[in-house]
Design a protein around this ligand. Structure first.
Ligand SMILES: *Cc1c(COP(=O)(O)O)cnc(C)c1O
Length: 441
C-alpha cells in the first residue's frame, strides 16, 4: 500500500457520496442505538491521518477516544499483530497460558505508580476492568459501598452505568441499576471556586455523613475526568482523598482508562500529584486499538481473590497483548510522554489566544495532550452545548475530527495521536480556532 501523506486533503464533501451509500446500508443493518459523531466511513489510517472511502484525508484530533496514541497503523504495532496472529489467535488464558499475557502484566506492574508488589489481570474493555476492580475491592475489604463522583464516566455495562453520572445517553431507561453506589461532589474549579483541600473536605464530609467510611469498599475516581468534561480537579483534591481512603481502609481506585499511557504527559495522570492508587484500571491507549484492558494493583488485594474468581474467555487475548507490548515499546522508545507535553504547549498557546478574544470560551484546560475548551454563553457560566455541537460538526466538514464531551455537552476536547506532526497539529488547531471565531462571535 502507498504511504499516506500526513496532510489534510478533501476531495468531496465530508461525508462524501461513498460514505452516504454506506450510511444507507448501515441504517438498514445496524441498530440506531449505536451512533457515529462523523459518518465518514474510514478505509485506512496512518499517524494522525484517517482516509475515508471517498479519499478525503482527515486530521484526527480524537484518536478514537484516546486509543491510537501511537498513531494509526503504527508499523511496529501492525507487525506485532501480524506476527502474533500467524502464530495463534486464542487459547483462553484460563485454559492454557501464553507468555504475552504475562509480559503485559509485567509491563503494567512496572509502569504504574508505586514501587510496592503488584499483580495484574487482563480484560477486554474499560468497563470490564472497572467492574473487576470493584469485585476485587469488595472481596478484599468485605464491604460493599463504592464512592464515585459527579460527572464520572466508568462505562456502559450494568454496574458501570450505576457508576457513571450522566443520564443521557448512557443510562436513560436502562435501569434498574446496581445498588451500593454513592456519588460525592467533584472538584470542578471553574464552577465551584474551591481549592483542592476544600473540595476534598466537602466530598469526604458528604461520604462520612451519608455513607460512613467503614461501609465503603472503594473510592473510584478518574484523575482527570474524561467524558464528564476533561475536568482537572484543583491541586490537592486527589491527594486528600487518597489519604482519607488509606486511613479508613478504603481501596483507592484510579480509573486511568482515558488518562493513561502518556496521554497527560506522564505514563499515568496519578503521577502529576504523586498519587499511588491501590488499584488502577487501564484500557483505551494500552494496545493501539486492539481490545484490551487491565486492573493492576497491590498484590495482596489482587491475590485476595480465590482461583478462578477473575477471568473471561478473551481477556488478555494474545493478539491484543502483542499489540500492547509493541505500543508500550513505542511509547517508551519515542518518549511519547515528553511528546504529549510538547503538544500541550502548542494546544494551550493557540486555544488560550482564541479564549482571550472569544468570551464564549470559559476555560482552556487539561494536561498533556488531553485538552479541552468549555463553551458558555458569554458573560455567564451557562453551558452552550449547541455551540460545542456546531464547532465539532463544522470542524468535521472541514476535515478535522474533534470530540465533544461534558455533563452539559458544552466541552470540545482534543486527544490527538501523540505522534502527530507539528505542522499537522498547527493546521488542525488553526482550523478549529477559525471555526470557533465563525461560530462564537
Ligand atoms: C472509556 C472509558 C471507560 C469505559 O471503557 P470501555 O472500553 O468503553 O468499556 C471507563 N472509564 C473511563 C475513564 C473511560 O474513559
Amino acid at each position: 500500500m502507498e504511504p499516506i501523506e500526513q496532510k489534510r486533503h478533501l476531495t468531496t464533501a465530508v461525508p462524501g457520496p461513498r460514505s452516504l451509500e454506506l450510511t444507507v446500508r448501515r441504517e438498514a443493518a445496524v441498530s440506531s442505538g449505536v451512533s457515529s459523531g462523523l459518518p465518514a466511513f474510514i478505509e485506512r489510517g496512518s499517524g494522525a491521518i484517517l482516509v475515508d472511502v471517498d479519499g478525503n484525508q482527515l486530521i484526527d484530533l480524537g484518536s478514537g477516544i484516546a486509543v491510537t496514541s501511537v498513531g494509526h497503523a503504527h508499523p511496529a504495532v501492525t507487525a506485532a499483530i501480524a506476527e502474533q496472529s500467524a502464530r495463534f489467535t486464542h487459547t483462553c488464558f484460563m485454559v492454557t497460558p501464553y507468555e504475552q499475557y504475562v509480559a503485559v502484566a509485567e509491563a503494567l506492574n512496572d509502569l504504574t505508580p508505586g514501587t510496592h508488589a503488584k499483580s495484574t489481570a487482563l480484560f477486554n474493555s474499560g468497563a470490564e476492568a472497572v467492574e473487576n476492580a470493584i469485585k476485587v475491592a469488595r472481596l478484599a475489604t468485605g464491604r460493599s459501598g463504592v464512592a464515585v463522583f459527579d460527572h464520572a464516566y466508568h462505562g456502559r455495562t450494568n454496574l458501570t452505568m450505576a457508576l457513571t453520572a450522566k443520564n443521557m445517553p448512557y443510562k436513560d431507561r436502562f435501569g434498574p441499576f446496581a445498588p451500593e453506589i454513592y456519588r460525592a461532589p467533584m472538584s470542578y474549579p471553574l464552577h465551584d471556586g474551591l481549592s483542592g483541600p476544600e473540595a476534598a473536605a466537602r466530598a469526604i464530609s458528604h461520604l462520612e455523613t451519608q455513607v460512613g467510611a467503614h461501609n465503603l469498599a472503594a473510592l473510584l475516581i478518574e484523575p482527570i475526568q474524561g467524558e464528564g468534561g476533561f475536568i482537572v480537579p484543583a491541586v490537592g483534591f486527589l491527594p486528600a482523598l487518597a489519604e482519607w481512603a488509606s486511613e479508613h481502609g478504603i481501596v483507592f481506585i484510579a480509573d486511568e482508562i482515558q488518562t493513561g499511557f502518556c496521554r497527560t504527559g506522564a505514563w499515568f495522570a496519578s503521577e502529576h500529584e504523586g498519587i499511588v492508587p491501590d488499584l488502577i484500571t487501564t484500557a483505551k491507549g494500552i494496545a493501539a486499538g486492539m481490545p484490551l484492558a487491565a486492573v493492576t494493583g497491590r498484590r495482596e488485594l489482587m491475590n485476595a481473590v480465590h482461583a478462578g474468581g477473575l477471568g473471561g474467555t478473551y481477556g488478555g487475548n494474545p493478539v491484543a497483548a502483542a499489540a500492547a507490548l509493541a505500543a508500550i515499546e513505542v511509547m517508551r522508545s519515542e518518549d511519547l510522554a515528553e511528546r504529549a507535553r510538547a503538544l500541550h504547549s502548542t494546544i494551550e498557546r493557540k486555544l488560550s489566544l482564541a479564549a482571550s478574544e472569544l468570551p464564549a470560551i470559559a476555560e482552556v484546560r487539561g494536561r498533556g495532550a488531553m485538552m479541552a475548551i468549555e463553551l458558555v454563553r458569554p458573560g455567564t457560566l451557562e453551558p452552550d452545548a449547541a455551540l460545542a455541537k456546531s464547532v465539532v460538526a463544522q470542524c468535521a466538514e472541514d476535515g478535522v475530527i474533534t470530540l465533544s464531551c461534558g455533563t452539559y455537552g458544552n466541552v470540545v476536547r482534543l486527544l490527538p495521536p501523540l505522534v502527530i506532526e507539528q505542522s499537522l497539529l498547527d493546521e488542525g488547531l488553526d482550523l478549529l480556532v477559525g471555526v470557533l471565531r465563525r461560530c462564537a462571535s
